[in-house]
Design a binder for this molecule. Structure first.
Ligand SMILES: Nc1ncnc2c1ncn2[C@@H]1O[C@H](COP(=O)(O)OP(=O)(O)OP(=O)(O)O)[C@@H](O)[C@H]1O
Ligand SMILES: O=C(O)[C@H](O)COP(=O)(O)O
Ligand SMILES: [Mg+2]
Length: 394
């Protein structure tokens, strides 16, 4: 990596604004998967042991510039305190006088978690004034939030303009491992894309089609493509204004000779719940009042066969609503195929995807579990990550 890391600078006694990705899956105020907290520990401990005053900043969810009580970082700070075995302070804001006064009371090695940076509208707009407020809290900026490095936001990019700025240990490791896999990808190279962030992720398919041998589409993302194929999708997740784009991608795949795999059957439900009525139907027969919430058994086999024959697989986005057991089989089948494929280098990306692999007990069978979903995809596409570009060169 040509960027400076925390190992290249002196942190002792410094106030360090450390951006982490604590955007963890939560349910009813409880953290349901702490992969991202665990992944940030090496940097946090390095800073604590190095005698820095560690000021942690993160987003959680997408509160759109307003305070959303359920998206406070308090549970994360509490969990971090347990893990570190020391008191971790929590601020109710992310900058300003109250925060300054909390920081002025910190001793070397103390840890403070700021409030969700996305409670401020300026965060996602990369507002220079907000970036300056963040910078005013610290002497050094560390970006360890690989999962948010594809965002040019005030706490991931803007703040770096005002402070010496270096990468954290997780950021360094992610870039190294993913970079290696990408530099000379072993073939067949397969990308599996699913999940729910259709608007965000559909675009990555364009560049991926220049790189992969197989592209598998599942999860909520699939139904925009199903519609583009000319089938009805009932109440399934659909981005109407991306249908034309989906058509273009299918055409491009054909021209490039990329094997483009889509669900051939699905599990549909009459309600978004575990006790909904469900049935398995072929892809051209989704009933108008029903919603496809998982891939079906034929699709599971189809996807598994391709995975088995691949040497490198990158996977981002669950195949169905795996949080509900009724719709977990598709995601489980993909995880299982990857776990069984001993000769396949498997890279799992994304908060919910990592949670799924963990939930099904396959985490230690994967070659690399990246903390980045969108970030790992954009990196794999060959795009520059603004959160990395903004850091100081070596
Ligand atoms: N068919 C579907 N309909 C609706 N939601 C779906 C469907 N399939 C999967 N999902 C949902 O997609 C969500 C995960 O998508 P997401 O794009 O956030 O993936 P991720 O791995 O967390 O990546 P990132 O880190 O970028 O968020 C899950 O909560 C899951 O329930
Ligand atoms: O979950 C993620 O992929 C990262 O935390 C980024 O979140 P975002 O997609 O809401 O920017
Ligand atoms: Mg997610």
């Amino acid at each position: 990596m040509n960027k400076k890391s925390i190992k290249d600078v002196d942190v002792k006694g410094k106030r360090v604004f450390c951006r982490v990705d604590f955007n963890v899956p939560m349910s009813e105020g409880k953290i349901t998967d702490e992969t991202r907290i665990q992944a940030a520990l090496p940097t946090i401990k390095y800073l604590v042991e190095g005698g820095a005053k560690v000021i942690l900043a993160s987003h959680l969810g997408r509160p759109k510039g307003e305070v959303v009580e359920e998206l406070r970082l308090t549970p994360v700070a509490e969990r971090l305190s347990e893990i570190l075995g020391k008191n971790v302070a929590k601020a109710d804001e992310a900058y300003g006088e109250n925060v300054q006064s909390k920081i002025s009371e910190m001793a070397d090695g103390d840890v403070l978690v700021l409030e969700n940076v996305r409670f401020y509208a300026g965060e996602t707009k990369n507002d220079p004034e907000l970036a300056k407020e963040f910078a005013a809290l610290a002497d050094l900026y560390v970006n360890d939030a690989f999962g948010a490095a594809h965002r040019a936001h005030a706490s991931t990019e803007g703040v770096a303009k005002h402070l010496p700025s270096v990468a954290g240990l997780l950021m360094e490791k992610e870039l190294e491992v993913l970079g290696k896999a990408l530099l000379t990808p072993e073939r067949p190279f397969t990308a599996i894309i699913g999940g729910a962030k259709v608007k965000d992720k559909i675009g990555v398919i364009d560049n991926l089609l220049d790189k992969v041998d197989n592209l598998i589409i599942g999860g909520g993302l699939a139904y925009t493509f199903v519609k583009a194929q000319g089938h009805e999708v009932g109440k399934s997740l659909l981005e109407e204004d991306k249908i034309d784009l989906a058509k273009q991608f299918m055409k491009k795949a054909e021209e490039k000779g990329v094997n483009f795999l889509m669900p051939v059957d699905v599990v549909v439900a009459d309600d978004f719940s575990n006790d909904a009525n469900t049935k398995e139907v072929d892809i051209e027969s989704i009933p108008s009042d029903w919603e496809a919430l998982d891939i079906g058994p034929k699709t599971r086999e189809l996807f598994q066969a391709t995975i088995k024959d691949s040497k490198l697989v990158i996977w981002n986005g669950p195949m169905g609503v795996f949080e509900l057991d009724t719709f977990a089989n598709g995601t489980k089948a993909v995880a299982e195929a990857l776990a069984d494929a001993a000769d396949t280098y498997s890279v799992i990306g994304g908060g919910d995807s990592a949670a799924a692999v963990e939930k099904f007990g396959y985490a230690d069978k994967m070659s690399h579990i990246s903390t980045g979903g969108g970030a790992s995809l954009e990196f794999m596409e060959g795009k520059e990550l603004p959160g990395v570009t903004a850091l100081n060169d070596k």
